[in-house]
Design a protein around this ligand. Structure first.
Ligand code: GLN
Length: 191
């Protein structure tokens, strides 16, 4: 199983570390041609305006959309969620528009930009998951096809629509591997 992590900006190294810990092959992706042969793609946290701009400069948007339309799983964390979303801050369309959610950037607190909180993962028993929020986007609305997988303060913070997974916090910054394992389990088994 070979997973690519978009390595234009942000914390791609941390995702790679967790994927390797789970026994997956993980590679940095810097050019659209490197999507070839991947079983899944992660768009990491960082700064969505920078990631969006760099993606356009390298010709990524169309290629990632094609990759997702083939059914390959794509996982966006924090800024990566913003890149994948349908609508940002009530008006702008997301760069990839691959998941039917409206998000608000930097929605969790002004004075404190970061926080940690326990959430329950619907797919992984009752043991709390410690979620790290860093200037996190908030999912304000989700279409009927979007399944909520975890919530914090009444709002969905982890969600899936078919082969697209999004998370408003940073699962790559904790030692708990359950969310990355869930993503790996989304990859269709080869015959
Ligand atoms: N606030 C960032 C943005 O809007 C996202 C923060 C993050 O990825 N930690 O892009």
């Amino acid at each position: 199983m070979k997973i690519g992590v978009l390595a234009l900006q942000g914390d791609f190294r941390e995702h790679i570390r967790i994927l390797k810990k789970l026994g997956a092959e993980a590679v940095e992706v810097r050019l659209p041609a490197e999507l070839k042969g991947l079983d899944g793609l992660i768009i990491p946290g960082g700064e969505s305006t920078t990631i969006n701009k760099m993606m356009r400069a390298y010709g990524f948007p169309e290629e990632v959309k094609k990759f997702a339309r083939k059914g390959s799983p794509v996982f966006g964390t924090c800024a990566g969620l913003i890149v994948l979303a349908g609508k940002i801050d009530d008006h702008k369309s997301g760069q990839l528009n691959l998941i039917d959610v409206d998000v608000k950037r930097n929605a969790y607190g002004r004075q404190v930009d970061s926080r940690e909180a326990d959430v329950t993962l619907d797919f992984a028993g009752t043991k709390p998951y410690r979620a790290v929020f860093i200037r996190a986007p908030q999912i304000r609305k989700a279409g009927a096809g979007v399944k909520s997988l975890a919530r914090y303060e009444g709002k969905t913070v982890l969600a899936r629509q078919k082969n697209i997974l999004i998370c408003s916090f940073h699962p790559e910054l904790t030692e708990d591997t359950r969310i990355h394992q869930y993503f790996l389990d989304m990859i269709p088994k080869k015959a």
